[in-house]
Design a protein around this ligand. Structure first.
Ligand SMILES: *Cc1c(COP(=O)(O)O)cnc(C)c1O
Length: 449
């Protein structure tokens, strides 16, 4: 390291003088100092790197229109009288590589169905990643179970498999790993812990339609996989979701439960409604939109992968900007959102929000990642409810609070910055604008305030 020759202050001043490339052993030797970027930041009145708009999302496919009108004219609007939901299920199961797919009303209902069919009951505990959208653990609360958060690894954004066992109790029934941003979780050790303790594994793949781990698609790596097709997702239909799996009986129960408990497959009795259930059915209009959206899905995925790989390489050269690492065995991320970490010690200790404001001013939309969800207000609202007090008792809930300390996740929540997935559908020049803007802010960090 340069520290043998330079103090940190000397390194920083050498950096701003453009002498970086001459420093032997410095880890960022390929970081280029382009003089055109020696400029006023847009946030302090300078010219923004970019003013052009970014690709918008979702993108309508007119091919869906005639089929949607035809479907409405037939009067077969209801899932159990028409054919399009069935057709979508066949296509989607094939895409993910599972034996079965059940189309649902949303990702949240997919999770609710999967938890129920996995035997998660009132008073149970479910191991879950805290770096996620609230829907993940809201589904656990809807099952009247307790989400037990396990720390994440800041380098990967994902649940740390080595920290799961210490959180397992006599009430734990399932592990709910989240492939957040499309990044595949380290599934082998997760499945191993589950096997040892006889737990079910439900993947929250609501952001991971085309992630790959050891040759298999995300969603096909545990017992059941859950997807969302909400408007912002890569395969959008306004609202929608799916549960995928390979076990006939469990998938029969999923289908029956999602359809008011109607008999289905192995779920039979004298009654037309052998089991409890709800109405979590998809509508045919959603299935038709999804099938039209599938036509662009693969080529969009390739574009995002190429652009994300380019950003990983270029952003990695900028001090204080850390792209996210894939876990061992992960072959590709679905890149729903592009996350990276911002290290303020390389930016004159300026907080992340200042960096975000400066980047937005340069014409690059960006945002913070998830917050420390394990401390979200809705959790105390649930724990303090009459039902949770009765199901878990004060002592267990107090212990839960004591153990709900996740330093890795706190750090990750403080440092993450994200770009929207639609930006990754832009051109290489668009990616260069991102790199130029971040570089410009780094080089002119003295202007941040
Ligand atoms: C979108 C999402 C959900 C919920 O999906 P909806 O379709 O909005 O109900 C659940 N988990 C994660 C990680 C998500 O991103």
């Amino acid at each position: 390291m340069a520290s043998t020759k330079f103090t940190r202050r000397q390194v920083l001043s050498a950096t701003s003088a453009g002498a970086l490339v001459t420093m032997a052993g410095w880890p960022f030797t390929s970081f280029s100092m382009s003089s055109k970027l020696k400029d006023s930041l847009a946030i302090s009145g300078g010219t923004p790197v970019r003013t052009a708009p970014w690709p918008s999302w979702p993108v309508w496919n007119e091919e869906a229109e005639s089929k949607i009108v035809e479907m409405y004219r037939t009067g077969n609007w209801y899932r159990n009288t028409g054919k399009y939901c069935d057709e979508f299920e066949t296509v989607y199961a094939k895409l993910i590589g599972t034996k079965h797919c059940l189309a649902t009303a949303s990702g949240t209902t997919a999770l609710t169905i999967a938890l129920h069919a996995s035997g998660v009951d009132a008073g149970d505990e479910v191991i879950v990643s805290p770096f996620t959208f609230i829907a993940t653990y809201n589904a656990v609360f809807l099952a009247k179970a307790l989400p037990v958060f396990v720390d994440t690894n800041p380098e990967t954004c994902l649940i740390d498999p080595g920290k799961i066992t210490e959180k397992i109790t006599d009430r734990t029934t399932a592990i709910l790993p989240v492939h957040i941003y499309g990044l595949p979780c380290e599934m082998d050790p997760i499945n191993e812990v589950a096997k040892q303790h006889n737990l079910k594994v439900i993947e929250d793949a609501c952001q991971a339609w085309s992630g790959k781990y050891r040759g298999k698609n995300t969603g096909n790596l545990g017992d059941l996989g859950c997807f969302s097709f909400q408007n912002s997702k890569h395969l959008p239909s306004g609202e929608g979701g799916a549960v995928v799996g390979n076990d006939d009986a469990v998938m029969d129960l999923c289908r029956s439960f999602h359809d008011c408990g109607r008999h289905y497959g192995s779920i039979t009795s004298e009654s037309r409604y052998p089991v409890r259930g709800a109405n979590f059915r998809m509508q045919h209009v959603q299935a038709l939109i999804l099938m039209s959206q599938l036509k662009r899905f693969e080529s969009d995925a390739r574009t995002r992968e190429a652009n994300a790989a380019y950003l990983n390489e270029k952003l990695n050269e900028i001090p204080g900007i850390l792209p996210i690492k894939l876990v061992g065995g992960a072959e590709k991320s679905a890149y729903h959102l592009y996350p990276f970490r911002y290290k303020k010690d390389q930016f004159n200790m300026k907080p992340r929000d200042t960096f975000i404001k400066a980047l937005r001013a340069e014409g690059i939309p960006c945002s913070t990642g998830y917050g420390p969800q394990n401390k979200d207000g809705l959790i105390e609202e649930a724990l303090n409810s009459r039902g949770y007090q009765r199901l878990f008792g004060k002592k267990r809930l107090d212990e839960w609070r004591e153990k709900n300390v996740l330093p890795g996740n706190d750090q990750l929540s403080e440092e993450t910055v994200i770009f929207y997935q639609s930006m990754l559908l832009g051109s290489k020049n668009d990616m260069d604008d991102i790199v130029s803007a971040v570089t410009k802010i780094y080089e002119n960090k003295d202007q941040l305030n």
